[in-house]
Ligand binder design. Structure first.
Ligand SMILES: [Cu+2]
Length: 769
């Protein structure tokens, strides 16, 4: 076992003992036997979020902690060495065709699935119950058959959660997947132990238990082909069967696709074991109600599968590419995503086709491949960077006992530790996602300890106007996506190039700072994730993943290009109004407003306050309550400028806005890098004491969305706020929507409160003057 240089074995034992004590409480918390608020009440947390040193719980004593960023003994490696196991691609999913029968989407018969409908089966469940008042739920054909309690579909009943614009974006393809415990014999590395069924939860293909799969899934979508993703919750109904952390309830957020609130997975609509939830991913191109309404512009399009295009309405400058989807169960997101509840989703369009040969004046021909009409991934590779920690037996380990964040000591790619990938001497595109809980990263490429230049082409899934030449990436916060193109043609077969993390981080608050490439390649004791995490081996031939059996040779000409212009700039204009949103700590109790009940979960009698808060337009600070609207957007299409402020200098927050991307305009007193200036983003690192201003507008859909810190530990305690988008006139979302309250017996609704400072209909303070 690894021993910190200055730590005695007794201190390690002490830390291990503390870990066990803490794990007991984590388990009780995850089982719902105690709440986080009770932990505050007992004094195990303080208002500043620090764990008090009592009851043998504190493993953060400098002697034991200084060398191990997880706050516990380092994850044992069982002899696993880096770059001995092959790279694993994300698990590509195959879509099923759907047909339209009287407005219902019909799966192929072989799938054996009930049709997908505009209105949830929860409504059928309610209707049957109303028509048969004497019958028990066990006789209701629309029930959850696992528990005989509540409906089979978790989506709430009625028009409020009916799929918006269903006919207009009728789903053409479908996926059936299950949130499941991990299948047998799967591990992060061949030398590391197999994960127990309750240690890792992820999505498996089809409907079944124990089919969770490593690596997590990849879905390829295209504009003009709406998707119906049906997710079964196949976790055990016993909340205790969770390996000590994680909640067996689920809502899937497709970050940052343009979907109705009912499919955004963050409207307080988690669903329970035994139920499914139909998410309709509409592939809607933003501004379709405002610009290019008749779909005449060729660039606003998706591939038709036969070399042509399907034109769609909307603004082609807002086409999206690299995205991901993950669980968003309020108050349990960190544990659940860490456990593996995420996938990546690539959207393909006319310009960003995933085909490097097709020439039609629209296709950019970015590195990808040629064998498929669209969506080639032979030379276009998803890399999800995810830090993990394990206990002494090698099982996935999580410690919620810091409200500052949890960082692992094993930096994995696609949940694989230290893989090597064979590449041809040609151009590759990499879609890099930071899927950690609390860890920031900063990546570079190293050949012979020298930085390898590359091109930056997309930020958070949005093409930049011109490619940007870099030697290292900017810091990358949780949920940020950077797409880069690396040209391996300057290397020879046999050369090895490394993807390297330069950024040291030893607690959840913020990174300590970046190291030089040379220092990082050497490695440091205080943060084992600094250093190389993926090895590229330049080889003479590779097997295709797009067409099984095909072999690509290094002698084949690389026809891909990185054009000097990738898209066009969206102008910054005078806004209809401005908003200021400050993210901070709850230390100043006098500035806090009442939080009411912290829907969902928290008992009303629980004592006040979570450590993290959000303040709108200078008024009171609040922690999250799903039944409170902190910011209301009154009318589709109105352009606003928002400023996010970091309330302090001791931490950083990657802040995520659901549903829309903002154009980054200003960084206050800080500098603004080329990769961010006037670039569209959906996650902004605020920087310590920093700020950011961006231009934003919403449209097409309405309902309840959220804005939050994507350090998911901060998010869970409870740096999150509800934003309410009022939709088009004549839709149920044109008015403020009720708050769904999911339970095992079905969903009920409550009427939300609205903070006046967040509602421009009632206050002038938000006016742009
Ligand atoms: Cu944060």
């Amino acid at each position: 076992m690894y021993l910190p240089k200055d730590a005695s074995r007794s201190r390690i034992r002490e830390a291990q003992k503390a870990r066990e004590n803490r794990a007991e409480i984590v388990r009780a918390l995850s089982h719902g036997q105690i709440s986080r608020r009770e932990l505050f009440k007992w004094g195990l947390f303080t208002s500043s979020g620090l764990l008090l040193w009592k009851n043998g719980l504190n493993v953060y004593a400098p002697s034991a902690y200084g060398q191990v960023p997880t706050g516990t003994p380092r994850s044992p490696l069982f002899g696993a060495r880096k770059f001995t196991q092959p790279f694993r691609r994300l698990s590509l999913q195959t879509p099923m065709p759907l047909t339209n029968l009287n407005g219902e989407a019909v799966f192929p018969t072989s799938a054996g699935e009930p049709n997908a409908k505009r209105v949830s089966y929860h409504q059928d469940f309610n209707d049957f119950k109303a028509a048969n008042p004497g019958l028990p739920t066990s006789d209701n054909p629309f029930r959850n058959k696992l528990t005989d309690r509540g409906p089979m579909e978790g989506r709430p009943p009625g028009e409020l959660f009916a799929h918006q614009r269903w006919d207009e974006f009728f789903p053409k393809v479908g996926y059936v997947m299950s949130l499941s415990e991990i299948a047998a014999n799967q591990s992060f590395h061949p030398y590391l132990p197999y994960q127990n069924r309750s240690s890792v939860w992820t999505y498996g293909t089809g409907k079944g238990e124990l089919i969770g799969h490593l690596p997590p899934p990849l879905i390829k979508g295209r504009y003009g082909e709406p998707i119906l993703t049906r997710i079964y919750n196949k976790l055990q109904d016993d909340v205790k069967q969770n390996g000590g952390f994680g909640r067996n309830e689920h809502q899937l957020h497709f970050h940052n696709a343009h979907n109705g609130a009912e499919s955004d997975g963050a409207s307080n609509v988690h669903h329970f074991p035994g139920t499914f939830y139909d998410y309709r991913w509409s592939t809607t191109l933003a501004r379709r109600d405002k610009t290019n309404k008749n779909a005449t512009i060729k660039k606003a399009s998706g591939p038709d599968g036969n070399g042509g295009l399907v034109k769609v309405a909307g603004d082609y400058r807002e086409l999206q590419g690299t995205m991901w989807a993950h669980d968003h169960r309020f108050f349990f997101t960190a544990e659940n995503v860490y456990k593996g509840m995420f996938m990546m989703v690539n959207y393909y369009s006319g310009p960003d086709r995933g085909n490097e040969k097709l020439t039609d004046g629209v296709n950019l021909k970015l590195p990808s491949g040629t064998l498929l009409d669209w969506g080639n991934i032979d030379f276009d590779v998803n890399l999800a960077i995810h830090d993990l920690a394990t206990d002494p037996t090698g099982q996935l380990f999580f410690d919620i006992f810091t409200t500052e964040g949890f960082i692992g000591d094993l930096l994995c790619v696609n949940m694989t530790y230290g893989p090597f990938m064979e590449v041809l001497p040609r151009k590759y595109r990499f879609r890099i996602l930071n899927s950690c809980m609390s860890r920031f990263i900063k990546l570079a490429l190293s050949w012979n300890w020298t930085a390898v230049p590359f091109q930056f082409i997309c930020n958070d899934g949005n093409l930049v106007v011109n490619p940007i030449d870099l030697l290292e990436l900017d810091e990358q916060g949780i949920a940020e996506r950077y797409d880069i193109v690396v040209d391996f043609s300057k290397f020879r077969v046999g050369d090895r190039v490394y993807l390297v993390n330069l950024l040291k981080q030893t607690d959840g608050r913020k990174p300590n700072g970046a190291l030089s490439l040379r220092e990082a390649m050497t490695g440091i004791d205080s943060d084992p994730t600094v250093g190389p995490l993926l090895e590229f081996r330049v080889v003479g031939q590779v097997n295709s993943v797009d067409v099984e059996g095909y072999v690509h040779k290094s002698t084949t000409l690389d026809k891909s290009v990185v054009p000097v212009t990738l898209t066009e700039q969206i102008p910054v204009v005078t806004p209809v109004r401005t908003r200021v949103v400050e993210f901070g700590r709850s230390g100043d109790v006098t500035s806090r407003g009442p939080d009411g009940q912290c829907t969902p979960d928290c008992p009303e009698t629980a004592p006040e306050f979570f450590p993290w808060t959000i303040r709108v337009n200078g008024e009171n600070a609040h922690s999250f309550n799903a039944n409170r609207i902190s910011l209301l957007y009154p009318k589709p299409g109105e352009i606003e400028h928002w400023t996010y402020i970091n309330g302090g200098g001791g931490w950083d927050h990657p802040i995520h806005l659901h549903f829309e991307e903002g154009i980054t305009i200003d960084r206050g007193l800080g500098s603004i890098p080329a990769t961010e200036r006037l670039v569209r983003k959906d996650v902004w690192r605020l920087r310590p004491s920093g700020s950011v201003t961006f231009q934003i507008q919403f449209g097409e859909y309405g309902g309840s969305y959220v804005n939050h810190c994507h350090n998911t530990v901060h998010e869970d305690v409870a740096m999150l706020m509800r934003i309410q988008l009022l939709g088009n006139p004549g839709t149920p979302q044109a008015a403020v929507t009720l708050t769904p309250n999911p339970s095992r017996d079905g969903v009920t609704f409550t009427s939300p409160e609205i903070l006046p400072e967040g509602d421009p209909r009632t206050t002038q303070t938000a006016s742009a003057g």
